[in-house]
Write a protein that binds this ligand. Structure first.
Ligand code: FAD
Ligand code: 2HG
Ligand code: ZN
Length: 481
């Protein structure tokens, strides 16, 4: 863009959203919060950060950017793990932040739905539902700052997928500003609607590359009568899979959470957050946190949990366990699990593998991959944990102690990914279970996705965003027109 057309665009954007809501480096604004990704891996440079406050303003911003051929990076809470919500380093991309679109539009108890602006923070949505006696089950450790638009953009998973599914399964309708600046109102809230292609599913998980989600209608559920949490010690990962089977059998739909944590992952929580008092980690190679949500009573839930744990101990898959006595103990046990990514960040730079494999094959996958990494990357510290209930492991790696971490990452990340993802492919798994592709894995996608699938994805991108202005450089390599 020429200087004249840039200043013309800036003037237009200021007219649309108000001068306080267009931030640029030239005006001396500090854009770090929008330019740096959560993991601190890459800092881009934005032409501007624009903060519209309504769907209409988003549409006007998109039209102005399209006319000026300026690319747009939609951004919610900027908590993504794959460098998907920050601009590249060209200084030509406009960050469109949705955080001022943050209203709860309507909670419909009869239809069991809530309709919200896309910039609504996940925790706000959960709290609004709870106040009205409902549950919005999506739950991530980043819920205090991630937004429902970002959750939809990434099709986020989290800790309740085993019962309620990913964000996609919770969504009944979307409002979207297309790449041309049109507004599509798909907020029907219908549970049945077979009138052609289900467009909402194109936008969910598209990481801002097809259009901008400005509103969503989401499913809500009755609040369970009681929720109990247990923390169990296990001798092996095979035992964790066995315990999962027993938990399905004993709790059936009551099983709402099943998270596995390896010993080293828990040792990092103990090291960086010693006030948390992590149980069993010193003597147990694996621990599991599991949750039983019950619609009868707390006594019923407790009795079910006790029968499950007795059966598990008899079968030898659990060696010890605690069941939370009250809500604050339950929260503390969950907090241990949720602190693992933060403890990893405190420990330093790390390599993340957000993978999924058929649950029954996870122990074999871990044994095989651990052996390869120990042999080829001596000293690398394996931080294994995740959503075992839905086959999603965070098979992460921390640099060896005492080495230059930046150098370790620069030299070892690519060859290590090669080794891990080759095993994932052999197990017919996924190289991104819940975090998406962003720019971090964009080069990896073609190596692991079929050419037919990639071709179809490119066709969809070309049809919906022919000028390639929606988050270019993320998810899919595209030719500039
Ligand atoms: P952003 O990071 O701002 O954006 C993410 C992507 O969505 C980008 O590609 C962006 O362009 C696009 N996007 C954002 N808003 C819109 C919109 N309105 N319309 C279209 N596209 C949009 N993820 C999980 O899946 N499971 C977890 O358990 C989990 N735990 C986490 C724990 C921690 C401590 C942290 C820091 C992150 C965790 N995440 C997890 C990752 C992250 O929180 C999720 O990906 C979340 O959904 C991102 O939401 P956001 O609002 O921060 O989106
Ligand atoms: C989690 O499950 C998140 O805690 C983050 O998905 C995982 O940091 C990670 O690798
Ligand atoms: Zn996760």
């Amino acid at each position: 863009m020429t200087t004249a057309s840039t200043s013309g665009l800036m003037a237009q954007l200021r007219d649309i959203v108000g001068k306080d809501y267009v931030l640029t480096q030239d005006d001396g604004a500090d854009l770090r919060a929008w330019e740096l990704d959560w993991r601190g891996r890459e800092r881009g440079r934005a032409l501007a950060v624009v903060r519209p406050a309504s769907t209409r303003e988003v549409a006007e911003v998109v039209k102005a950017c399209a006319a000026a051929r300026a690319a747009i990076v939609p951004q919610g809470g900027n908590t993504g793990m794959v460098v998907g919500s920050t601009p590249d380093t060209s200084g030509t991309q406009v960050v469109l932040s949705l955080t001022r679109l943050n209203k709860v539009r309507q909670l419909d108890p009869g239809n069991m739905t809530i309709t919200v602006d896309a910039g609504c923070v996940l925790q706000t949505l959960q709290e609004e539902c709870e106040k009205a006696g409902f549950l919005f089950p999506l739950s991530l450790a980043s819920e205090g700052s991630c937004t429902i638009g970002g959750n939809l953009g990434t099709n986020a998973g989290g800790t309740q997928v085993v019962r309620y599914g990913n964000t996609r399964e919770l969504c009944l309708g979307l409002e979207v500003v297309t790449a041309q600046g049109e507004i599509w109102d798909g907020l029907l809230g219908l549970r049945k609607d077979n009138t052609g292609y289900d467009l909402r599913h194109l936008f969910i998980g598209s990481e801002g590359t097809l259009g901008i989600i400005t509103g969503a209608t989401m499913k809500i559920y009755p609040l369970p009568k009681s929720q109990l949490t247990a923390f169990a010690a296990l001798p092996s990962l095979e035992a964790a899979v066995q315990l999962l089977g027993l938990a399905h059998e004993h709790l059936s739909a009551g099983l709402t959470g099943f998270e596995v944590m390896g010993q080293f992952a828990l040792s990092l929580v103990n090291k960086h957050f010693p006030q948390q008092r992590v149980p069993f980690w010193q003597e147990s190679p694996w621990c599991v946190v599991l949750e039983n949500s019950d619609n009868e009573s707390e006594e019923h839930a407790r009795a079910q949990f006790e029968r499950l744990l007795e059966a598990a101990m008899e079968a030898g898959c659990v060696t010890d366990a605690v069941v939370a006595e009250n809500l604050s103990q339950a929260k503390a046990l969950w907090h241990i699990r949720e602190s693992i990514p933060l403890a990893q960040a405190q420990e330093g730079l790390n390599i993340k593998h957000d993978i999924s494999i058929n649950v029954s094959r996870i122990p074999a996958f871990v044994a095989e991959t651990n052996a390869l990494l120990e042999q080829q990357f001596p000293g690398a510290r394996l931080v294994t944990y995740g959503h075992l209930g839905d086959g999603n492991l965070h098979y992460n790696v921390q640099a060896p102690e005492g080495v230059d971490q930046k150098r370790f990452l620069a030299e070892q990340e690519a060859p290590m990914n090669q080794v891990v993802y080759a095993v994932v492919d052999r197990y017919r798994g996924s190289i991104s279970a819940e975090h998406g592709i962003g720019s971090l894995k964009i080069d990896k996608l073609p190596e692991h996705k079929s050419p037919v699938a990639l071709g179809l994805m490119r066709n969809i991108k070309q049809a919906l965003d022919p000028l390639n202005l929606m988050n270019p450089g993320k998810l899919l390599h595209t030719e500039n027109p």
